[in-house]
Ligand binder design. Sequence first.
Ligand code: FCB
Length: 482
Amino acid sequence: MTNPGQDQTREFPPDFEWGAATASYQIEGAVTEDGRGPSIWDTYSHTPGRVLNGENGDIAADHYHRWQEDIALMSKLGLTAYRFSFAWPRIQPLGSGPFNPAGIDFYSRLVDGLLEVGIDPVATLYHWDLPQPLEDAGGWPNRDTAYRFEEYAAHVAGRLGDRVKVWTTLNEPWCSAYLGYGSGVHAPGRTDPAAAMTAVHHLNLAHGLGGRAVRDIVGDRSQLSVTLNLHAIRPADPSSADDLDAVRQIEALSNRAFLNPMLDGFYPQDLLEDTAKVTDWSFVRDGDLETIKVPIDVLGVNYYSTGTVRRHVGRGPVVRADGHGASAWSAWIGADDVEFIQQEGPYTAMGWNIAPEALTKLLVGLGDAYPDLPLIITENGAAFHDDVSEDGRVHDAGRVDYLHSHISAVHDAIKAGVDVRGYFVWSLMDNFEWGYGFDRRFGVIRIDYDTLERHWKDSAFWYRELIRTRTIPPVEIAPTLS
Ligand code: FCB
């Protein structure tokens, strides 16, 4: 894949979107400014023992104050699109009741600033920072949260409308439900399997209600979307019926629990059966599935790595190495005898294995299953422990390699006929990586957390070259670009 001759043929269509992604709590800081209320991530990160090194997003990358500088960076990179998220507690501090004009004004200025330099705003309504009062009232296991989301979504769409090119309802509801309420390694940190399954449904419902609210306001002038972290799961032993069945079970929990209701209007029967000991699914009410299946224009796919599973019939809980942080509680509800086994390397600093071919396979599979639904890669990227070299540069060769191989994998999918419309690198800049704090750096732009200065890494120069030429540059040239 690093053969320069071959690289010449790897050209992307002229209208392919090249973006970078971030999320509000991970970059903004300014958590008490201009009327912002607390979110579940403020509470969680300020609870001792929850986040590595006791870190929190109080300052993060200080994007709330430096957004103009950050737009200038995006413009220099040549981005055609920027994916960011709204902090619900900035816009509606209590999660219900009055809206805070200063909160929405911040995003209005950001959107206008992007449009001025020709960058398409791709906005996510919910990237995990639930207003704390809504969690106090029960959080996502409480059905009312979905209606609160609908009201919030309508307000934001009413203010920003078609200035936003793509409206994404939720980012990775898998994480919100199973990590937030199952294994507890994400906010709000609850460990209640039945609550996690209830949260799955209420997040789906929120997507349907919020998506319809946005559509009613923007019509066809903007696109409607949702972003899922679809799991690429492999069997430990492809010839073992038990292991293949473990793959089926994990894919039901991770992928079909969202794809089927959102795109097809039903919950998979095997998912209902696999979780029957935990819940009877009586939280699904008449009409919910019709609501959830709101027509979307494009599906956002986040991809980082793969999982490999094996079934241990008759043993106790064995989930290990699922890549999302240690917990005595499993994120995989009802799958106690499924073991996640260590992947083959190489790995990123998250311990996640690097497997670009699985991205092609995932996209081809989606293209086969939903041929009329365009796809965008809304997140893909890698954490590495970058250092500033003596020459003052950040030679993040591992990240350049990762981006090269994964963007090549996207190109392979397009060549195979899959309708992929864009690619967003995670992330524009180093940021607060949830339970891992600032220890894991995903940015193509480095943040010096002492001074909050931004520095281009080699990967940023390489990505700019890719966007400029619409052709995947060889990795070797990265350190020579400036
Ligand atoms: C995804 C999240 C994103 C970031 C990356 C590394 O699950 O959506 O916020 O943390 O992982």
